[in-house]
Design a protein around this ligand. Structure first.
Ligand code: NAD
Length: 260
């Protein structure tokens, strides 16, 4: 018996077995959810196939969130296969590599800003809108954010404003979909070494910084994010919507690092 028994969850954002979305999938599978996955490009398909197989899923669907027709097709396919969706996980983020080097003022361009916001923030609203007809009361959506949404961080640059927009989408979607019983939440995760993180300059130094300063004196794992995601998307969290929950070893609570 798991607390997600009988729930059908769509996981968007698995690229490797280091992906946060994979930690979420593992945790949801352990709690009894039935899973479907998407892959962004043909190149990633075989990897996502293997990961899906490990959770007993053979629903692996193409979805580049830049294309509305891909998003619509995913929900058509889920409508045929499942008839409904209880959980949508959005673990997608992207900015062109040149946007994640130097300072924000140096790096930002109109096109870089547009792409980061389209793929990292609008896509969550797009999935919510397209998935809504398949979602009933007691269903939920969850996205992944980072502290750079609310604090200025070195090298995160345009992803900061994009994550701020994403967190605002969590609140606006929660307000729009709440009357239908659909909950919308976000997790702000601490740094984890994944493919997306590898694009951020000096990422290793960010991990070291968290390890030496966060209250728990360590970084977090994708599975730790997954466990909180499973809880937030379960009926145990039925009274929670519009929230950003931090899973970051407590780093976000700090004002000043210890004086020693
Ligand atoms: P990842 O590289 O494993 O996952 C990023 C995913 O985004 C990949 O699956 C990629 O295919 C997908 N993606 C990018 N552009 C896409 C597009 N156009 N269409 C469809 N999918 C697309 O890295 P991750 O760290 O697991 O990232 C997942 C989420 O977690 C992202 O939103 C990221 O910003 C967020 N996050 C990551 C960290 C971290 O330190 N790794 C911390 C906080 C938040």
């Amino acid at each position: 018996m798991g607390f997600l028994d009988g729930k059908k969850a769509l996981i968007v954002g698995v690229a490797s077995n280091r992906s946060i979305a994979w930690g979420v999938a593992e945790a949801m599978h352990a709690q009894g959810a039935e899973l479907a996955f998407t892959y962004q490009t043909e190149k990633l398909k075989s990897r996502v196939d293997k990961i899906a197989e490990a959770t007993g899923s053979n629903l692996v669907l193409e979805c580049d969130v830049e294309h509305d027709e891909h998003i619509d097709r995913v929900f058509d396919q889920l409508s045929d296969a499942w008839g409904r969706v209880d959980i949508i996980i959005h673990a997608v983020g992207f900015a062109p590599r040149d946007q994640l080097q130097g300072t924000f003022a140096e790096a930002v361009t109109r096109e870089g800003f547009r792409i980061a916001h389209d793929i990292s923030a609008y896509s969550f609203a797009a999935l919510a809108k397209a998935g809504r007809p398949l979602m009933g009361a007691d269903s939920s959506l969850l996205t992944l954010s980072y502290l750079g949404a609310v604090r200025a961080m070195p090298y995160y640059n345009v992803m900061g404003p994009a994550k701020a927009s994403l967190e605002a989408c969590v609140r606006y979607l929660a307000q729009s979909l709440g009357p239908d019983g659909i909950r919308v939440n976000g997790i702000s995760a601490g740094p984890i070494k994944t493919l997306a993180a590898a694009g951020i300059s000096n990422f290793r130094k960010m991990l070291d910084h968290v390890e030496t300063r966060a209250p728990l004196r360590r970084t977090i794992t994708a599975r730790e994010v997954g466990d909180v995601a499973a809880f937030l998307c379960s009926d145990l969290a039925r009274g929670v919507t519009g929230e950003i929950t931090y899973v970051d070893s407590g780093y976000n609570i700090l004002g000043m690092a210890e004086l020693s």
